[in-house]
Write a protein that binds this ligand. Structure first.
Ligand code: 5AD
Ligand code: FES
Length: 342
């Protein structure tokens, strides 16, 4: 069955159910092995690194799962200045990062003009680097302006491709239709686009996951970000159980098999629920890691979920920690933009 999924680059609902529910360690071992072999075919033993700069934790949205949601009065809000952002890039560049990911809440302070100015400044100083934006839902015009200013990639997890599930996770002002519209617009403009979802979010079922996989087949994104849902104590989901590492690993493998060339990160959330989560993610078919470049004094404020790792570590520490972690499993972190290989 697993070979069939790899050959067809597609999966049925029943196959998904079996792979997510089985306790047969042998077949799951085979699934992960096949997926990491598949990643090797395109990317060898190289792992791409992205420097993540969490530049604002202000957010106008109120997603029920997220620790920086607007109505979380306990969040200690911050914004990085342009100078701080440039200095993150500077130390990141010296450490060998050639992709900078600017991630933030949907913060109205960052008007299109401000975003464009930041992107242009980074691209001017580091023309050999890719800039990835992860700043939420915008109009097509805004996305076009960021692209024209030099942005190369855009991450916007769709969170779930099922309408009812989407409504359970988000306030009524938000819609799955608009989320999808954004992703299609981004693709049309010419970005390398990333969608994705949390594993184990409240209300998620095998059926909704199947819809996520169908959406990925349909959109054909360049990147897919998945990580376990981890409850955050100041959100309405504070008492909901977190997603599991095992289900996340199986889904990483399945995504690799049905969409072989995709850029697939072993996420910080995966590293948060298990000390070897990121290594195991790579060994299940992931090929990207995204160490944090944000200044240490703001790190513990960008708390989408509880117990986030690396909040006390300098950029250099994470960079070398990651290199060692990857070496320990036979992979090499590379100094390159790490573009989609399609
Ligand atoms: N647990 C895990 N991931 C989360 N995200 C937001 N809140 C949580 C949480 N509690 C993810 C969302 C978002 C990305 C930036 O972080 O999927 O798109
Ligand atoms: Fe941050 Fe290991 S990656 S300390």
């Amino acid at each position: 069955m697993i070979d069939g999924i790899a050959d067809r680059q597609d999966i049925t609902l029943e196959e998904l159910r079996i792979l997510l529910e089985t306790a047969d360690e042998k077949s799951i071992g085979y699934l992960k092995k096949l997926a990491s072999d598949k990643a090797h075919e395109t990317y060898g033993n190289q792992v791409f690194i992205r420097g993540l700069i969490e530049f604002t934790n202000y957010c106008k949205n109120d997603c029920l799962y997220c620790g920086i949601r607007h109505s979380n009065k306990n969040a200690d809000r911050y914004r990085l200045t342009d100078e701080q952002i440039m200095s993150c890039c500077e130390s990141g560049y010296e450490l060998g990062f050639r992709t900078f990911v600017l991630q933030g809440g949907e913060d109205p302070y960052y008007t299109d003009d401000r975003v464009c100015a930041i992107v242009a400044a980074i691209k001017e100083k580091y023309p050999d680097c890719a800039v990835t934006l992860s700043i939420g839902e915008k109009s097509k015009e805004s996305y076009q302006r960021f692209f024209d200013a030099g942005a190369d990639r855009y991450l916007l997890r769709h969170e779930t491709a099922n309408e009812e599930h989407y409504r359970r996770l988000h306030p009524k002002e938000m819609s799955l239709a608009n989320r999808k519209r954004c992703l299609w617009d981004l693709k049309e403009i010419g970005y390398q686009v990333g969608c994705g979802f949390m594993v184990g979010s409240p209300g998620q079922t095998i059926e909704t996951l199947y819809e996520d996989l169908k959406f990925i087949k349909d959109l054909k994104p360049h990147m897919v970000g998945i990580g376990p849902f981890i409850s955050q104590k100041d959100t309405p989901f504070a008492d909901e159980p977190s997603g599991t590492m095992e289900r996340t690993l199986r889904l990483l493998s399945i995504i690799r098999l049905i969409h072989p060339k995709v850029l697939l990160p072993a996420t910080t959330a995966l590293g948060t629920i298990h000390p070897k989560g990121r290594e195991l993610g790579i060994q299940s078919g992931a090929n990207v890691v995204m160490p944090n470049l944000s200044p240490v004094n703001v790190r513990d404020k960008y708390k989408l979920y509880d117990n986030k790792i690396c909040t006390g570590d300098e950029a250099a520490e994470c960079r070398y920690c990651m290199e060692n972690r990857m070496k320990s499993i036979g992979y090499q972190v590379v100094v390159s933009r790490g573009d989609f290989a399609g």
